[in-house]
Design a protein. Structure first.
Length: 103
Protein backbone atom coordinates (compact mmCIF):
# COMPACT_ATOMS: atom_id res chain seq x y z
CA UNK A 1 0.00 0.00 0.00
CA UNK A 2 1.43 3.37 -0.99
CA UNK A 3 -0.36 6.16 0.88
CA UNK A 4 -3.95 5.35 0.03
CA UNK A 5 -3.00 3.70 -3.30
CA UNK A 6 -3.23 -0.07 -3.61
CA UNK A 7 -1.23 -1.70 -6.42
CA UNK A 8 -2.72 -4.91 -7.78
CA UNK A 9 -1.60 -7.24 -10.52
CA UNK A 10 -3.18 -10.51 -11.51
CA UNK A 11 -3.64 -12.67 -14.54
CA UNK A 12 -6.73 -12.57 -16.73
CA UNK A 13 -7.83 -15.96 -15.37
CA UNK A 14 -7.34 -15.15 -11.70
CA UNK A 15 -10.42 -14.92 -9.53
CA UNK A 16 -10.86 -14.26 -5.85
CA UNK A 17 -13.68 -15.45 -3.67
CA UNK A 18 -15.37 -14.12 -0.59
CA UNK A 19 -17.23 -16.82 1.35
CA UNK A 20 -17.49 -18.96 -1.78
CA UNK A 21 -18.77 -16.17 -4.05
CA UNK A 22 -16.65 -14.61 -6.78
CA UNK A 23 -15.81 -10.98 -6.05
CA UNK A 24 -15.27 -8.34 -8.72
CA UNK A 25 -12.15 -6.27 -9.05
CA UNK A 26 -12.77 -2.73 -7.84
CA UNK A 27 -15.12 -3.75 -5.02
CA UNK A 28 -14.45 -3.51 -1.32
CA UNK A 29 -15.04 -7.29 -1.09
CA UNK A 30 -12.33 -7.87 -3.69
CA UNK A 31 -9.70 -5.84 -1.84
CA UNK A 32 -10.81 -7.35 1.49
CA UNK A 33 -10.27 -10.80 -0.05
CA UNK A 34 -6.80 -9.82 -1.34
CA UNK A 35 -5.77 -8.52 2.08
CA UNK A 36 -7.12 -11.63 3.85
CA UNK A 37 -5.08 -13.79 1.44
CA UNK A 38 -2.03 -11.66 2.22
CA UNK A 39 -2.67 -12.14 5.96
CA UNK A 40 -2.96 -15.93 5.57
CA UNK A 41 0.29 -16.14 3.59
CA UNK A 42 2.05 -13.89 6.10
CA UNK A 43 0.89 -16.05 9.01
CA UNK A 44 2.06 -19.21 7.22
CA UNK A 45 5.48 -17.68 6.52
CA UNK A 46 5.95 -16.45 10.08
CA UNK A 47 4.80 -19.81 11.43
CA UNK A 48 7.40 -21.53 9.25
CA UNK A 49 10.14 -19.24 10.60
CA UNK A 50 10.47 -17.13 7.44
CA UNK A 51 11.92 -13.79 8.53
CA UNK A 52 12.96 -12.54 5.08
CA UNK A 53 12.86 -8.92 3.94
CA UNK A 54 9.85 -9.73 1.73
CA UNK A 55 7.87 -11.14 4.65
CA UNK A 56 8.79 -8.14 6.80
CA UNK A 57 7.59 -5.84 3.99
CA UNK A 58 4.34 -7.82 3.77
CA UNK A 59 3.92 -7.43 7.54
CA UNK A 60 4.44 -3.66 7.17
CA UNK A 61 1.81 -3.52 4.42
CA UNK A 62 -0.67 -5.44 6.57
CA UNK A 63 0.06 -3.11 9.48
CA UNK A 64 -0.65 -0.13 7.20
CA UNK A 65 -4.05 -1.64 6.34
CA UNK A 66 -4.74 -2.22 10.03
CA UNK A 67 -3.95 1.41 10.89
CA UNK A 68 -5.58 3.07 7.86
CA UNK A 69 -9.18 4.19 8.31
CA UNK A 70 -9.82 6.29 5.19
CA UNK A 71 -11.10 5.31 1.78
CA UNK A 72 -8.73 3.54 -0.60
CA UNK A 73 -8.20 4.51 -4.24
CA UNK A 74 -8.07 1.54 -6.57
CA UNK A 75 -7.14 1.58 -10.25
CA UNK A 76 -7.93 -1.29 -12.56
CA UNK A 77 -5.86 -1.40 -15.76
CA UNK A 78 -6.94 -3.73 -18.56
CA UNK A 79 -5.24 -4.43 -21.87
CA UNK A 80 -6.95 -6.72 -24.35
CA UNK A 81 -5.69 -8.85 -27.19
CA UNK A 82 -5.90 -7.94 -30.89
CA UNK A 83 -5.47 -11.39 -32.41
CA UNK A 84 -3.81 -14.49 -31.07
CA UNK A 85 -1.35 -13.44 -28.39
CA UNK A 86 -0.76 -9.92 -29.71
CA UNK A 87 -1.74 -7.20 -27.21
CA UNK A 88 -3.67 -4.11 -28.25
CA UNK A 89 -1.50 -0.97 -28.15
CA UNK A 90 -3.95 0.77 -25.78
CA UNK A 91 -5.36 -0.05 -22.36
CA UNK A 92 -8.29 1.05 -20.22
CA UNK A 93 -7.97 2.49 -16.71
CA UNK A 94 -10.91 2.47 -14.31
CA UNK A 95 -10.69 4.38 -11.02
CA UNK A 96 -12.55 3.24 -7.91
CA UNK A 97 -12.82 4.45 -4.35
CA UNK A 98 -13.60 1.67 -1.94
CA UNK A 99 -14.51 1.41 1.72
CA UNK A 100 -12.21 0.56 4.57
CA UNK A 101 -10.55 -2.83 4.99
CA UNK A 102 -10.79 -4.78 8.25
CA UNK A 103 -8.10 -7.10 9.63
Amino acid sequence: MYGNKLPDAKSLRAALQDKGKRVEQGSTSYVQSVVENMQREYNKAIGAGNNSAEIKALGNTLEAFKNYSGKIEFRKVQQGFQTGSSLKPTFDVTNYTIGSIKL
